[in-house]
Design a protein around this ligand. Structure first.
Ligand code: FES
Length: 307
């Protein structure tokens, strides 16, 4: 684990702060990368890196109204001088080095797309950057955007001013060499996925969910068999595999509990999963070789996981 000290905490917009961190070991990072950060309250959360000086990391955090403790802890308890534990930077996005790019972000979902836009522009990829937000006082990095060499390619879509982003129109008749990079909550990303799917080009969509508020966790009860210990645990209608394991004293890895971060993914040994996460790709879900235990369930009466 890397240790890092918070060296600045700055309010960027309503309910959004930026932290700059000085780690004891700095690694360069790929566009769109994030850090796993262990907070003072013991929770682990993922935050996208935003461009800053080498030797430091910067993240921006929205205070979520229904926070389970991650964003609240950063806003209320993390101050200049606080020491945090970090993973090395990790990246889920893979950037195409040809064609053109449409970048679509909603709210704080702009953060991973900032470094991606810089990298694509440096690779001479034509950009169409859409930044959707509710109101100007709730939008981070407007000044930063205005300084970019690709600033002319950025359009702001401001709900309070009646210029809401029309996703279907933006993506209709997608050019064959266009790739789409998108980040935001599920209500923003699902219509993007639907529009890309309707044109049979999901393979050109690169997404990162930062929350999955519509996630339905309940379902029929089932038995989860544990391949490593030989034990079995009943998962009740209102439980997840994760919470059922915790009830029985097990301590599996997890982080977001929203099906978006991938921390809780475990190999599936037997049985079929009803996948509910937004982390695994369609192909990975169809292969039935792993599942996210914070949200996915057994399709039938039982399932065996490698735990
Ligand atoms: S804990 Fe994040 S996907 Fe399960």
């Amino acid at each position: 684990m890397i240790k890092a000290k918070v060296v600045s905490k700055e309010i960027l917009a309503k309910d959004i702060v930026q932290l700059r961190l000085t780690p004891n070991h700095w690694e360069d990072w790929q566009p769109g990368a994030h850090l796993d950060i262990t907070l003072p309250n013991g929770m682990e959360r993922q935050y996208s890196l935003v461009p800053c000086d080498n030797g430091q990391y910067a993240i921006a955090v929205l205070k979520e109204s229904d926070s389970r403790g991650g964003s609240l802890c950063i806003h209320d308890d993390v101050q200049v001088g606080t020491e945090l534990q970090l993973s090395a930077p990790k990246s889920k996005f893979s950037l195409q080095q040809d064609g053109r790019a449409i970048l679509m972000s909603a709210g704080i979902g702009i953060t991973p797309l900032m470094s991606i836009a810089d990298a694509l522009h440096a690779a001479n990829i034509p950009l169409d950057f859409r930044y959707a937000f509710r109101a100007p006082d709730q939008a981070a990095y407007l000044n930063w955007l205005a300084t970019r060499p690709w600033a002319d390619a950025c359009q702001q879509h401001i709900s309070s001013e009646g210029t809401r982003l029309d996703i279907a129109k933006t993506l209709q008749d997608l050019q064959p060499d266009a790739h789409v990079y998108a980040c935001g909550p599920s209500a923003f990303l699902e219509p993007i996925e639907a529009a890309m799917s309707a044109q049979n080009c999901l393979d050109r969509l690169h997404v990162e969910y930062f929350s999955n508020k519509e996630l339905e966790l309940s379902g029929s009860d089932f038995i989860v068999h544990l391949a490593q210990s030989g034990g079995e645990v009943k998962v009740g209608e209102q439980e997840t595999i994760l919470t059922a394991l915790q009830r029985e004293g097990y301590d599996p890895m997890y982080s977001c509990e929203d099906g978006v971060c991938g921390s809780c993914i475990l190999p599936l040994v037997e049985g079929e999963a009803e996948h509910r996460d937004k982390f695994l790709t369609d192909e990975e879900q169809a292969s039935q070789s792993e599942l996210a235990i914070c949200c996915s369930r057994a399709k039938n009466n039982s399932i065996t996981i490698d735990f």
